[in-house]
Each structure stands twice: as structure tokens, then as C-alpha cells.
Design a protein. Structure first.
Length: 264
């Protein structure tokens, strides 16, 4: 029986992935390297995560958000998760970072409001004003860490302009095929759909690093698309609302795949 604090509850790898935003693949990687191991296994060998495992995963996610590499996180986790002072210090650091993000967001909001007020006065803001706002927007980037942005830029440079253009063409083809499935209402567990989603993710993976770092970058990119699909889609040659539907369809297809994978 589960107590009020959830201490007796157990989570499957699929449930934990959906709740935490960490992919099943990343959770398995964490398990393999001993970073977050499932505390229990069922008779058939399926992972079951305990309340202690969830607290440990929280620490990993929080420390990753603060920019720590996995090796340093491993060292930090040497302190037991139930050590109140260690957890308090982590939460304090996380709160400090979140307060910084909130302040940058407040500053950006004021700058954009000022730009709009100048437009209302039939006066185009100076280029320096736009540059200041652009700099704030860059600082605000809440989806990719500086290391991830460098990783993305580095991968594009490695691939070269020709490969990037080829990737864009492949991306366009995948969009067209998947939009047809969205329009036709094809179930997300359809083998053709799953193959297209696999190819979509492989295409994206070419621009990310390997291992856990690449997984984190890919997850950040998916979160950005999920939360801003209409704005991002408006820059593409397909209707923004269609791209929003496609993003939701991709998420559903990945969840279907992860659920099936977790049951194996």
C-alpha cells in the first residue's frame, strides 16, 4: 500500500520517463553507468523505480540544469539523497538559477514592451535597441545550455553546408509524409509511422552529440518544439497549425514506442 508521501509506490521505466521528461533510452543509460539504477526488478526483469530512485533522478536533472557534467554529478551524488543539508543546498542553487531566469525574462519583457511603444509612436527603434533585445533573448535561452548551443553549432560546422542542405531536403520529405499520416488519422503504432519517426529522430541526431549529452540536447529541442510549435512552424513553408499537429503526432508516436519498449 502506498503511503501519503508515496514512499511505497513503484514506477515503471515508461511511467518515469513520461513524468520526468527523461527518455527511456537516457534512463537505461543512467542505469547502465550506475547514475540512477532502478531499485527493484519484477519477476520478469522489468525495472521498478522507488521513491529513493525518483529523488536521485531529481538531483541528476537539477544538477544537469546547473551545467554539471555527468562525472561531477556522480561525485555530488555520493552524498545520500535523504541528507537534508545536501538537498537544501541543491534546491537553493536551483532556486538561484530560476530566479536569474525570471529576472532575465522580466528584463526582456520590459525591452520588448519599450520597442512596441516606440512603434505605437510611429517611430522605428534604433538598431542598437534591437541588438540589446537580441542579446537578452540569447541570454534567456531556457532550452539549450551554453554547452548544448556550442555542440549544435559545432555539429553543423562538422557536417558542412552541403550536408546541412541535404538534411533540410530530407526533413521536408519527412514532413510531407508525416503530415499525410496526420491528415489520414493513421494510428501512431503503425509500422510506417514508426519508421518515419525513427528516420526523423535519426536525422535530428546527426546534429546532436553522442551519448547522454546528445540525448539531453535532443530532449531540449523536442521540448522547444512542443511548447512553441506554432511560432516555429510559422517560419516554415507549411501552415503553422499543421506543424503544431505534427509535433503532437510525433510526441504521441514516441510515447507509443517507449511504452512498447518498456514492456519488453
Amino acid at each position: 500500500m502506498t503511503g501519503k508521501n508515496g514512499a511505497g509506490r513503484r514506477w515503471s521505466i515508461g511511467e518515469l520517463a513520461r513524468a520526468s521528461g527523461v527518455t527511456v533510452r537516457a534512463l537505461r543509460h543512467y542505469d547502465e553507468i550506475g547514475l540512477v539504477r532502478a531499485g527493484e526488478r519484477t519477476a520478469s526483469g522489468h525495472r521498478r523505480y522507488t521513491a529513493g530512485d525518483v529523488r536521485r533522478l531529481y538531483r541528476v536533472r537539477a544538477l544537469r540544469a546547473l551545467g554539471l557534467p555527468l562525472e561531477e554529478i556522480r561525485e555530488a551524488l555520493a552524498t545520500p539523497a535523504d541528507a537534508l543539508e545536501a538537498m537544501r543546498a541543491l534546491l537553493a542553487a536551483q532556486l538561484l538559477e530560476l530566479n536569474g531566469q525570471a529576472e532575465r525574462l522580466r528584463r526582456l519583457t520590459e525591452q520588448v514592451r519599450d520597442l512596441m511603444q516606440r512603434l505605437d509612436q510611429a517611430s522605428l527603434p534604433d538598431p542598437e535597441d534591437f541588438m540589446t533585445t537580441l542579446e537578452t533573448m540569447a541570454m534567456l535561452d531556457g532550452y539549450f545550455t551554453p554547452e548544448q548551443r556550442e555542440e549544435l553549432a559545432g555539429r553543423r560546422a562538422e557536417l558542412g553546408a552541403e550536408a546541412v542542405e541535404q538534411a533540410k531536403a530530407r526533413f521536408a520529405g519527412l514532413v510531407e509524409q508525416l503530415l499525410r499520416h496526420v491528415q489520414d488519422g493513421t494510428p501512431t503504432d503503425d509500422p510506417q509511422v514508426q519508421d518515419l519517426v525513427r528516420r526523423w529522430d535519426e536525422l535530428g541526431a546527426a546534429f546532436h552529440g553522442d551519448g547522454d549529452s546528445g540525448e539531453q540536447t535532443a530532449a531540449a529541442a523536442r521540448r522547444m518544439w512542443r511548447e512553441h510549435s506554432e511560432e516555429l512552424g510559422a517560419r516554415l513553408p507549411w501552415p503553422a497549425e499543421k506543424m503544431a499537429e505534427l509535433v503532437a503526432y510525433l510526441e504521441s508516436a514516441r510515447a507509443t514506442h517507449d511504452m512498447a519498449d518498456a514492456c519488453q
